[in-house]
Design a protein around this ligand. Structure first.
Ligand code: ATP
Length: 566
């Protein structure tokens, strides 16, 4: 097909504001292309020359392209430059100076999609001392076969300035409309795109094999998979609602996510979260993968962390200094890194993404040889929100960002931010500067590891006006094993059958106590609460210590009000 047809499509797309109209135009056009043409048109629509993980660079400076325009059109460089000043877009300049076909004795063959793409790929391969001239020569020969509107787009492709308003998901929708019927049926196209982020290839499969061909697209070593992402909650209690039962709680490292591909050939490739190839920047990790991954091929994932002399993680900004083109070897020793592995997608040609996390962890444990710059991520299975919080605090103490809570039976959902992973970071659990002295008025039976003892305490502030103790928070975090073991001794002497008269609480405890024992707690913020008798609640309360204090000397309702409410 002639490139002219694509250029005219681009003109239409550029004028179209409505997303639905864009999809309709694109899908109608894609339908009639050959298997080879469709992938090229998809790449060009997205302003690229290949899939998003293949960085095909033409490397043209604007000045070089303007010179090429002058050569292709016969218009002087001075005139081309002044048009550039007036129009501000090399594409528009090209359209103007090459508006008419050049008068040549030999009729010029029109430019096909195939020839244009072959020419562009040739340009991307040119290197060496005369590369600027050699690239220009190819560009001039391509421009010589174009009319005005084609030139506009060839120039924009050369400079990487195609802006058609088409994003990857627009292409996914358009392919679904073209080959399945409507954008509502896009699930198969979307799934294929998440495991194979190459829409040109997906389009060619749809063209040659129809929708049935998509089911054969799976994760392949050497081609990155879109990475699974984590949801967030605003309250730790929500984790229990979203993931009832036992969960895997893992350190959340504040480094750089990496997908490691080890090929049968022994070649190792590292891809960033944005699917950029970062292999060259981390020769130390490539060496570690080669020697410490016991499999012939695999795709594993983890987080790269920069380490300080004391072995504690360094700031993300420090790690980013490793993302450089020069002095790589120097920086390998200046900023040593470790790779904390947490997932596996493929082992020895078997795709394991659909398996439960517990299974994937077994595979991962089996293939990782300890030592070197590669380690397994730190984690623990637990089923109690207070345990999660305690673990979270220990991760903060170790210098990590927080935790990621993972569903034990969850699959690896490529490119999806779902509830199989929930992140809990220190920013969400910021602490108030002041602490509170609260009175223990009740307790709740423990679950999981705390079964058989108390799991959490109900605490109150003192209202000196009514001389009553008003419920304020449920406290389960910060109670170490030693404190938990001693709770019966501290509290059971005050145990009463019913809620005491001087205690008010909208929350019903399993066990009530006379308001005697005082403890010091910290918290993140005070919020209004319909369920606590004080009318307020403390978010993320954490036990600090018991206090030798009279209950009536505890924090008062007035003080809580003065501390400010969110
Ligand atoms: P954030 O700023 O929280 O990292 P984000 O949008 O960049 O958010 P999210 O998917 O929301 O990314 O958070 C998950 C990120 O946390 C992952 O992309 C990964 O880089 C990082 N991470 C650190 N430790 C782990 C771990 N143990 N398991 C999974 N991801 C982890």
């Amino acid at each position: 097909m002639e490139f002219m047809k694509v250029a005219l499509l681009f003109e239409e797309l550029e004028k179209t504001a409505s997303g639905n109209d864009l999809r309709d135009l694109l899908s109608a056009f894609l339908k009639d292309l050959s298997e080879e043409e469709i992938s090229v048109v998809v790449y060009l629509c997205l302003g690229r020359l290949g899939p998003e993980y293949d960085d095909i660079v033409l490397g043209f400076a604007e000045k070089t392209v303007l010179k090429a325009l002058s050569r292709a059109s016969g218009v002087s460089e001075k005139k081309v430059d002044s048009l550039m000043v007036t129009l501000g877009d090399a594409g528009l300049v090209a359209e103007q100076v090459l508006a008419r076909k050049l008068t040549t004795l030999v009729p010029v063959e029109s430019l096909t999609i195939h020839d244009l793409y072959a020419g562009l790929i040739k340009i991307s391969h040119v290197s060496g001392s005369r590369s600027v001239e050699a690239k220009s020569d190819i560009l001039v020969s391509l421009l010589g076969r174009c009319s005005g509107v084609e030139c506009k787009y060839v120039v924009r492709i050369a400079l990487g300035t195609i802006r058609l308003g088409i994003a990857e998901m627009t292409v996914v929708d358009s392919l679904a409309i073209a080959f399945i019927g409507s954008k509502k049926d896009k699930v198969d196209v979307e799934r294929a795109y998440m495991v194979c982020p190459d829409l040109g290839y997906i389009a060619s499969v749809l063209q040659s094999q129809g929708v049935g061909g998509l089911s054969k697209i799976t994760a392949t070593v050497g081609r990155p998979v879109k990475m699974m992402l984590a949801q967030r909650v605003t309250d730790l209690d929500q984790i229990e609602e979203k993931m009832p039962g036992s969960v895997l709680v893992e350190a959340k490292y504040d480094g750089e996510r990496v997908q490691v591909h080890k090929l049968d050939s022994g070649v190792v490739r590292l891809f960033s979260r944005q699917l950029q190839d970062i292999t060259l920047q981390f020769p130390d990790l490539v060496a570690a993968v080669s020697t410490h991954l016991k499999c012939s091929s695999c795709i594993v994932e983890g987080e790269i962390l920069a380490l300080g002399e004391n072995g504690r993680p360094l700031a993300f900004q420090t790690l980013m200094q490793r993302r450089r083109k020069n002095d790589i070897a120097d920086y390998v020793s200046k900023i040593p890194v470790v790779l904390k592995l947490f997932d596996v997608l493929l082992v020895d040609s078997v795709v394991v993404m659909g398996h439960q996390l517990v299974e994937r962890k077994k595979w991962l444990n089996a293939i990782v040889l300890p030592g070197g710059a590669m380690e397994l991520a730190t984690n623990m299975v637990m089923d109690d929100v207070y345990e999660i919080d305690t673990y979270f605090r220990s991760m903060l103490d170790a210098g990590y960002e927080g935790v990621i809570v993972k569903s034990l039976d969850g699959s690896y959902q490529a490119g999806h931010r779902g509830w199989n992973w929930i992140k809990w970071k220190k920013d969400y659990a910021g602490e108030l500067v002041d602490t509170f002295d609260v009175v223990v008025i009740g307790a709740f039976h423990g679950k999981g590891k705390r079964k058989g003892g108390y799991g959490a305490l109900l605490c109150a502030v003192y209202d000196s006006g009514s001389e009553k103790f008003l419920s304020f928070c449920k406290l389960g975090t910060g109670l170490t094993d030693t404190v938990l073991e001693g709770l019966n001794t501290v509290l059971d002497g005050n145990r009463v059958k019913e809620k005491p008269k001087n205690v008010e609480s909208g929350v019903i405890a399993d066990v009530w106590f006379s308001p005697i024992v005082v403890c010091e707690i910290s918290g993140a913020e005070i919020t209004r609460s319909p369920s606590h008798a004080s009318g307020f609640a403390l978010r993320f309360p954490r036990f600090l210590k018991f206090r030798e204090k009279k209950a009536t000397d505890a924090t008062t309702l007035v003080e809580v009000k003065e501390m400010g409410v969110k």
